[in-house]
Design a binder for this molecule. Sequence first.
Ligand code: PEP
Ligand code: MN
Length: 356
Amino acid sequence: MPTGLDILRTWGLPVFDGSPFIIAGPCSAESRQQILETALALQGLPVSLFRAGLWKPRTRPGGFEGVGETALSWLQEAREKTGLRLAVEIATPRQVELALQAKIDVLWIGARTSGNPFAVKELAQALAGIDQPVLVKNPLSPDLNLWIGTMERLLNAGVRKLGVILRGFGHSAPSKWRYEPEWNLGVGLRNHFPDLPYICDPSHIAGKAELIPQICQQALDLDFHGLMIETHCNPAAALSDPDQQLTPSQLADLLSRLVFKHLSAPTDETRKLLASFRLEIDNLDEELLRVLARRQQLVAQIGELKREQGLTILQAERWRQVLAKAQASGQELGLSPSLVADIFNRIHEESLSRQQ
Ligand code: PEP
Ligand code: MN
């Protein structure tokens, strides 16, 4: 069975030995100079596609909406000078037409478009029978069926070279991520369409440059074939997504540190099993954190009550009982009393300091 990397290779795209498929380039094309400077700095890295957004879907009006088709000639010049193939986001049939006229090598459908069945239907018609690969980002809402439906509409229209990009999902609960990765939805889509290239976009998931490496490694451990990483010659001056773009040299450093075991993992079965264990552990860790946060909220409420009623903060006897009970329950679950004491004493210490 060909892997996602084999498929990308049969599409005629460069795939570097021992490396994931890397798509790099700025969030938005801003100027000829920015495009050329960034593309030239990516030369020599195992980058398969140079990305740039021309038409930017902004959450609120007033943001930078991209320079539009003007940038097509800058991209072509970057391709001539560096040999890098090009990828752009398309959201309307007109944008498809312009991108195809400019011989853009790969097109992608963004998260705001892929969740809109009307837009996808129109795009599917415009893309029917084209030879260029089309990569589909997940819709913003964590709805597996919506994503599956978008893939089906494109496949039914005869888009033959189809790939997937996980870029994270909208959420309302507080999170360290800009968009929640929801790895399980990526796994769900892969169960449905097992034989496609799967790419992760850590930039939009992380939202902050410093959080990008851990998302990249997690994606590779979950057997993603590639990464789309926003890269800008001067991120601080970027007109969109300035906090999440890497410089080309930060990208080089990141790529040299990533562990890509795709070729050396013992068997497919073992890799899948490991990935599903890790997924479960990640979910449990999240659950642990939520429980801990909930406990802290209650402690704060108790603190408030004690203050109002003039009670002492530390009620030593109560704490001895809590700890003894936890150690007994822990032992029944196979956890050593010393581990339980360490964890609970640390939590207690934190609670006391918050009540003071
Ligand atoms: C982008 O890649 O810059 C972009 C707009 O992505 P998304 O559609 O995932 O928000
Ligand atoms: Mn972006």
